[in-house]
Design a protein around this ligand. Structure first.
Ligand code: CAA
Length: 318
């Protein structure tokens, strides 16, 4: 399928369950796509075929305990041993952390080179010295595992390297451009799902002898929510179309993620408000949408990083 279709799939999943959508988007955007873009034919056959069949799951390992927004500051080290690397270090906040089979790890070969020293390696579950740290207890997207991955003298064959030594940062940035469309789609789905629930509830719930959707205050909330959600969806499709055309789409993806995630937050807070006391308890899904929305402003680049990417593209030109 094309990338617009992919955005629609992620949105539809997120409308019902943000957890399911992020498991899917971490697998597709953050692992399959970079193998498709940077992998050799042999790597595609070995990794992509089982991933596309749904037999193997992917995860992306970029952030570290001491570096999130500053990806070039990675200190998980890959020592070149000729036909393989020896990996030492850890990676944090890994979606699909426990369940994945293939982990795309961005590691450092020489800290003095910063982003020019990074390398992208596919590490297979079960590799020697590869273990898991703490399983995170999160505010939202609770059904998806998030954990630390730990590498202690883990051998990784050179045949598992995507691109060349020094190209790891490029692999990560190109991957995140696509990933940000996935998260924008997830945010649109969360916002639309919350609005759909609020619309249904507002027809059933009465106050002062009439359904609450008869009050102007509620109508105005609905109008604002749907208008913002449609705008976010169009920005997301716009970025996906640019990706389909093979154009550079960093700015479009950042704009879509920035706006859609903020819309998801605003819409889900309004949804809880429309549900009133019932929005604050777990009898209805309103509170879950609000908790799930928050992460879309944080992962795959915070809103502050998206603004930085947008501004730097504007200033430098594409
Ligand atoms: N595509 C291709 N190349 C790119 C690029 C892109 N989108 N962005 C930057 N580059 C290139 C630049 O052209 C530059 O190339 P040269 O070395 O040839 O000059 C090089 O990369 C360095 O670029 P910058 O100087 O702009 O790099 P920087 O260190 O200042 O960082 C940044 C830029 C935008 C802040 C970047 O570090 C970034 O995006 N940080 C956020 C990381 C992030 O999103 N982390 C989320 C973790 S993943 C996650 O959440 C996983 C999950 O499981 C859900």
């Amino acid at each position: 399928m094309d990338h617009v279709s992919y955005a629609i799939v992620v949105e539809e999943l997120a409308k019902a369950c943000a957890t399911t959508s992020v498991m899917y988007s971490a697998h597709v955007s953050l692992t399959s796509c970079p193998i498709d873009v940077f992998g050799t034919d042999e790597q595609k056959k070995r990794f992509l075929v089982p991933m596309n069949r749904g037999e193997k799951l992917g995860a992306f390992c970029l952030s570290e305990p001491g570096s999130g927004s500053d990806s070039a500051a990675a200190v998980c080290m890959a020592e070149d041993k000729g036909d393989h690397f020896i990996l030492n270090g850890s990676k944090n906040w890994i979606t699909n952390g426990i369940e994945a089979d293939y982990y795309l790890v961005i590691a450092q070969t020489d800290t003095s080179l910063r982003h020019r020293g990074l390398v992208a390696l596919i590490v297979e579950k079960g590799s020697e010295g590869f273990t898991f740290g703490k399983l995170e207890d999160k505010l939202g997207i609770k059904g998806s595992s998030t954990c630390q991955t730990i590498f202690e003298d883990t051998p990784v064959p050179k045949a598992n390297m995507l691109g060349q030594i020094g190209e790891g940062f490029k692999v990560a940035m190109v991957t995140l451009d696509g990933g940000r469309i996935g998260i924008a789609s997830q945010a649109v789905g969360i916002a639309q799902g919350a609005l759909d629930h609020a619309l249904k509830y507002s027809k059933e719930r009465e106050a002062f002898g009439k359904p609450v959707n008869d009050f102007q205050a509620i109508k105005h909330m609905f109008a604002t929510m749907q208008t913002e959600i449609d705008a976010a969806r169009l920005l997301t499709y716009h970025a996906s179309v640019a990706q389909d055309r093979g154009e550079r789409f960093s700015q479009e993806a950042a704009q879509a993620k920035l706006y859609a995630s903020e819309v998801a937050m605003r819409s889900t807070v309004k949804c809880v408000q429309i549900f009133g006391g019932y929005g604050y308890v777990t009898d209805y899904p309103a509170e879950r949408y609000m908790r799930d929305a928050k992460i879309t402003e944080i992962y795959e680049g915070t809103s502050e990083i998206q603004r930085l990417v947008i501004a730097s593209n504007l200033i430098k030109g594409k």
